[in-house]
Design a protein around this ligand. Sequence first.
Ligand SMILES: [Zn+2]
Length: 260
Amino acid sequence: MKFITRVIIVIFVCMLATSGEALVYRWNTKKSEHFVLYYQNAPIEYTDDILDKAEGYYDSITKELGFTRFEGFWTWDKRTKIYLYDNRKDYMEGTNGSGWSAAHVDVINRDVYAYINMDNFLDIILPHELGHIIFREFIGFKRKLPLWLDEGLVSFLEKRQKVDRLLVAKAIVKTSYFETLNDLGAVKSGFQIMPDIFYAEAASVIEFLVASYGRDKFTRFCQELRDLREDRDWFAAFQETYNFEDLDDMNKKWVEFLKK
Ligand SMILES: [Zn+2]
């Protein structure tokens, strides 16, 4: 099989696990419009900075996806909770060691766990995970989607890597390393083959949709996904919005976009 011949397995950075342990700590709290920060002894400038950045990401992501038009899709009682430990040791204990990789996040319950000065937390991990939380809050958590769609959307939102990722996808499409939409659909959470290629290609699918058909149409696609009857396949939302005949047809148009 195409995938098995190029196996580089990495543990997926998004850990979807729950932990009730965090609450045994004595937390101070600070609230903003869409977030509650639980912290121990973090300095005030640091806690303010986290909430400012989180609100900034919330604004830019919801605007970019056109979700700001949907009044009340996110209300104050659905605030994302950010648990900020003082140090890595407390964090590892508090998350039962499950935060050993990049971050510990529970998308369904909107819980994010981190510690003071955690590498990449504010600039990369937080916006990435908020992308997942906001997208799923809108379309629903139960809808089964291929991993490339969830990760592609969030990667597309990551501005600082956007240009590089598109260049990678445009280069890869001319090689035998290129994965078709069908190939990408076989990639499951937890195991990824060549993650750089996976993220670059997945993000470029969303780039293709937005660049070729417009942002409004992409928002409509998200609505179609949200409103799709439970027993219908996710691809129906692409067909309803973009009139693709099937996955091969969509693949063909995406490849043409990459080769342009
Ligand atoms: Zn992710």
